[in-house]
Design a protein around this ligand. Structure first.
Ligand code: SF4
Length: 440
């Protein structure tokens, strides 16, 4: 089991300085101490698999506080925990489920999962908020949400065409944690910490590894770089998850970017509304709305993530005037059918989140069990276009291996095949190969 060696990027649960200090570190507080310390997990009977959440009627969910599944989970594993503590995002972060010992108390682990959890060479740390854990089936290892966050042995198998950095981000980084691929946009990796780690993460080479800190020195250099290049009009904050920073630290970054006249738009990429909706507090939202135009790319994968809690989080962000788009990764056996994708995009629309991109899963090392053929994505688009609102149809893209950028997949951009490689044309007319033979 590979636990995070330095989960120091989160600012959860302690008072953070308004101004970052050079070399600052921000360990999450010890989960075994303090007023919101974890209650020991009680041995309890393993519940049967939860029924799929996406069949719950939306009209009821809008008014419900939570789902029956989450209520059952809390009663079973945190029976004495007050709502106030459960709904505290810092408590959720401090009490993430991270070990084989914790997981085997909550889930009937399959042999593939157990083996992966026991292996200290796991590619990516394990971390699941108690809230997200409450959405996971205890008895069904093939349940979609479970597959996205619980490791299996298939992560250890590196297939042809896969790489740790398939998008070539390292080569396009003039500074640590700053990717400058397109002339007018930069990607600033604020930190490498996430509250919940997705097993198919494109940046699994860095997230949770303790290599990208939100230190003042590094961020000031990145902001100086942006300030010195008037052509940069759009800054995307990502990571790791920027919303796992405390309010003060996040505002420190946003306020400095806002002081740069040529930065027109700031975007934040986050999965927090899906895995840690408690983080979207009124205080955070009041702070964010000061830095418009601010956009958010949310990461929703499956309709079961669209709970009452996620609905409230998205509503609060939308009410603050933040345009919300979802970036969904196409994942084999998880969301690769028209029915599931249609349910997801309809739920997103109800949460005022525009389905923005449908990503072909990047060929990161150990991702073959998640990747579909490109044809599966095209079939989903054919099943959506004309059969639902135009706003609900995302753009299907391949992030071209080698740093060619996102290429919308359509009859105009697919040039053909060469063996198992799909030949794609990007916006410059250049041809890139995508290894499309891994999963069928
Ligand atoms: S939330 Fe995003 S950055 Fe974090 S593990 Fe998931 S995909 Fe990777």
């Amino acid at each position: 089991m590979h636990l995070e060696t330095r989960p120091k990027a989160a600012t959860c649960g302690k008072v953070v300085p308004t101004v970052l200090q050079a070399g600052d570190e921000d360990d999450p507080p010890d989960a075994t101490t303090g007023p919101t310390a974890a209650k020991p997990v009680r041995p309890a009977p393993i519940p049967q698999s939860f029924p799929s959440l996406h069949v719950v009627r939306p009209s009821r969910e809008k008014t419900a506080r939570t789902t029956a599944q989450t209520r059952q989970f809390r009663n079973r594993f945190y029976p004495a925990l007050p709502d106030k503590i459960w709904n505290d995002w810092r408590w959720q972060v401090q009490n993430r489920i991270r070990s084989l010992t914790q997981l085997e108390k909550m889930l009937n682990l399959s042999a593939d999962e157990r083996f992966a959890l026991a292996d200290s060479a796991s590619r990516l740390p394990v971390g699941i908020t108690p809230y997200y854990m409450s959405l996971i089936s205890a008895g069904d290892s093939s349940q979609p949400l479970r597959r996205t966050v619980v490791p299996t042995v298939f992560e250890f198998v590196t297939g042809p065409g896969e790489a740790d950095d398939p998008l070539g981000e390292e080569e396009q980084s003039p500074l640590p944690g700053l990717v400058h691929r397109y002339p007018d946009r930069v990607l600033l990796l604020v930190l490498d910490f996430c509250s919940t780690y997705c097993r198919y993460c494109t940046r699994s080479r860095v997230v949770g590894r303790g290599s990208i800190f939100p230190s003042r020195g590094r961020l000031e250099k990145a902001i100086d770089y942006i300030r010195s290049r008037p052509e940069i009009r759009d800054v995307l904050l990502s990571g790791g998850d920027p919303l796992t920073l405390g309010d003060d630290r996040l505002e420190w970054i946003l306020s400095r970017l806002r002081q740069i006249p040529h930065v027109e738009v700031i975007r934040i990429g986050t999965k927090v509304p899906a895995v840690l909706p408690q983080r979207i507090t009124p205080k955070l939202v009041r702070m964010l709305r000061k830095y418009h135009p601010l956009w958010m790319s949310l990461h929703f994968t499956h309709p079961d993530e669209c709970t009452p809690e996620a609905f409230r989080a998205c509503t609060a962000l939308a009410d603050a005037g933040i345009p919300l788009g979802s970036q969904t990764v196409l994942l084999k056996g998880i969301n690769d059918s028209v029915a599931v994708m249609k349910s997801l995009v309809h739920r997103l629309m109800q949460m005022r989140v525009r389905p923005y991109y449908l990503y072909q899963c990047d060929p990161i090392s150990g991702s073959a069990h998640f990747r579909t053929p490109v044809e599966a994505g095209l079939a989903i688009l054919r099943g959506l276009r004309g059969f639902t609102s135009g706003y609900a149809v995302p753009t299907y893209v391949v992030d071209s291996p080698g740093g060619g950028g996102k290429i919308p997949v359509s009859p105009e951009t697919v040039l053909g095949r060469d063996g198992e490689d799909l030949l794609l044309k990007n916006h410059h007319g250049n041809c890139f190969r995508y290894p499309d033979g891994a999963a069928d």
